[in-house]
Design a protein around this ligand. Sequence first.
Ligand SMILES: O=P(O)(O)OC[C@H]1O[C@H](OP(=O)(O)OP(=O)(O)O)[C@H](O)[C@@H]1O
Ligand code: HPA
Length: 190
Amino acid sequence: MLERLKDSLINSPVIKRGEYNYFIHPISDGVPSIDPHLVEEIAEYILQITNIKKIDTILTIEAMGIPVANALSLKTGIPLTIVRKRPYFLEGEVELSQSTGYSKGALYINGLKKGDRVIIVDDVISTGGTLLALVRALQNMGVEVTDVISVIGRGDGYLKLRELGVEPKILVTIDVSEKGVEIKDAFRNQ
Ligand SMILES: O=P(O)(O)OC[C@H]1O[C@H](OP(=O)(O)OP(=O)(O)O)[C@H](O)[C@@H]1O
Ligand code: HPA
């Protein structure tokens, strides 16, 4: 299962972003290029582990959640909503702060309202800062998050989401060091 994903992760280069060991991979960076068969493998797998019935939209975060979330949208006919990194100043726009292991910035939610049911799909969960802030903002808006799915997980930042009652589904867990990427395990939290 997920052989393409695991094989491709093992060969990922690692660079320093400050103190942070940052792996570079097609799914998390679009670099060097994204193999559609890899996206297909991931999207098929996600459809096996989540219930997409009665979902209003698939929610993802600019930029690198988009390829997998868009594949799911095309496969299911469920719309895609993208949390953006710039504001549109529309009525109802919700701003939140994003913090990762190497960056800080703002995210902007548009197009959602109280009572909407969403699944969140992102490429990586690491410190958990991004998804924690997003799920908290959505809960405050009255949006129901039925599943949180990350293709790749590193570290134990995913545990932070438990304080919001959320157990993220992570397809492949890795360790990243200066030496490279190591696969820890495939899919947890089913
Ligand atoms: O768990 P965390 O430590 O918060 O890290 C995870 C986030 O980091 C990346 O986003 P980034 O802001 O780098 O944007 P990108 O998708 O444009 O690469 C990734 O897409 C996640 O959203
Ligand atoms: O090491 C990383 N690589 C790519 N995307 C990421 N998002 C969080 N950490 C990483």
